[in-house]
Design a binder for this molecule. Structure first.
Ligand code: ADP
Length: 325
């Protein structure tokens, strides 16, 4: 995509990862060495593909991209590795790497470890390269494959101010006028996910172009969010389906029952919906299943909000007041 950041400097947040990468990039460049293989974990839209593009750009290497789901047989892996440059240092990026069948994984073991591939009982040399694997499901990766990556990076969800910065930089690159208020409206609804924020920004931009002079202000953002059915916390129709279903259940429910009840497929619930609902305290994941919290019930309006008197601090304050008296 044309509008992605191309340098570590322009990649917002993920500070620990960026520091480690700066060290690794610097050291490997100095010694003209191929970088270690790297595994990127994280929910969709947090910036795994972008990071791999930045690594290739900063190291000056060619990037070969594949989807794990498209590597079905060893020949597919061979075809991916065949164009590696003889000079070494190319980067191979496999997205959703956990979706490769074991036969393909096994081929990668020797490729990553010994820079050789085996076909028809014979071993062939391949140039040194760096594998970057990306996965949303860390647990689905086999141990031997996981162990062949020298660096493991867990991408974190972004804080609202980081999301704001992502939007600000993007709008600057696109020469779009956007107010601070509109950036905040987008940032607080993006669930800490860069791709969601960028999608909201693009929809708001269309609304602004349609309505007026293309400036995204708070009013434009508010109208666009209401059109999309996105509430103040960024919850959409799917989130409400999960919350509404859980609100009807007297006991915690398992993922399969929740998927059927809310009519949403399981991976979407576990990867896209649940993390944010848990993080914001709308639902709990207990050992016996998922349940809606008091806060969740209040938010969707099935129970009235409790008075916000700070009951926790009250006894302490009383004690303090007595001491002062
Ligand atoms: P993933 O591969 O994890 O699904 P992407 O790399 O495709 O995510 O990122 C989604 C979008 O968000 C892209 O347009 C990307 O440029 C942007 N993005 C992601 N992370 C960042 C970041 N840290 N700083 C700036 N833009 C980002």
């Amino acid at each position: 995509m044309a509008n992605r950041p191309l340098t570590l400097k322009d990649y917002i947040g993920q500070e620990r990862i960026k520091t480690q990468l700066a060290v690794t990039l610097g050291a490997c460049k100095k010694n003209s060495k191929a970088m270690p293989h790297m595994l990127l974990y994280g929910n969709p839209g947090l910036g795994k593909t972008t990071l791999s593009e930045i690594i290739a750009n900063e190291y000056g290497s060619r990037l070969h991209v594949a989807m794990g789901g498209n590597l079905n047989k060893p020949e597919d892996v061979q075809a991916l590795l065949a164009p590696l440059s003889d000079d070494g240092g190319d980067i191979v990026f496999i997205d959703e790497i956990h979706r490769m069948p074991i036969k393909c994984e096994e081929m990668l073991y020797t490729a990553m470890e010994d820079f050789e591939v085996e076909t028809g009982g014979e071993r062939f040399w391949i140039p040194n390269f760096t594998m970057i694997g990306a996965t949303t499901l860390a647990g689905d990766l086999s141990r031997p494959l996981r162990d062949r990556f020298g660096l493991h990076f867990q991408l974190q969800n972004y804080q609202p101010d980081e999301v704001g910065m992502i939007i600000q930089k993007l709008s600057a690159r696109e020469n779009t006028s956007i107010t601070d208020g509109a950036i905040q409206e987008i940032a607080k609804r993006a669930k800490g996910v860069a791709r969601i924020a960028i999608n909201f920004y693009s929809r708001c931009k269309e609304f602004a172009d349609f309505l007026g002079d293309g400036t995204i202000n708070e009013d434009v953002a508010a109208q666009q969010f209401s059109l999309m059915g996105i509430d103040e916390m960024g919850l959409d129709e799917n989130d409400y389906r999960v919350l509404n279903y859980l609100a009807t259940q007297p006991r915690p429910v398992g993922i399969a029952a929740l998927s059927t009840g809310a009519d949403i497929d399981m991976p979407t619930i576990t990867n896209m919906i649940e993390p944010y609902l848990v993080q914001t305290g709308m639902i709990n994941r207990t050992r016996s299943g998922r349940e809606i919290t008091q806060k969740g019930k209040e938010w969707i309006g099935v129970v009235p909000p409790q008075p916000v008197a700070s009951t926790d601090n009250a006894p302490q304050r009383n004690r303090l007041e007595r001491l002062r008296a």
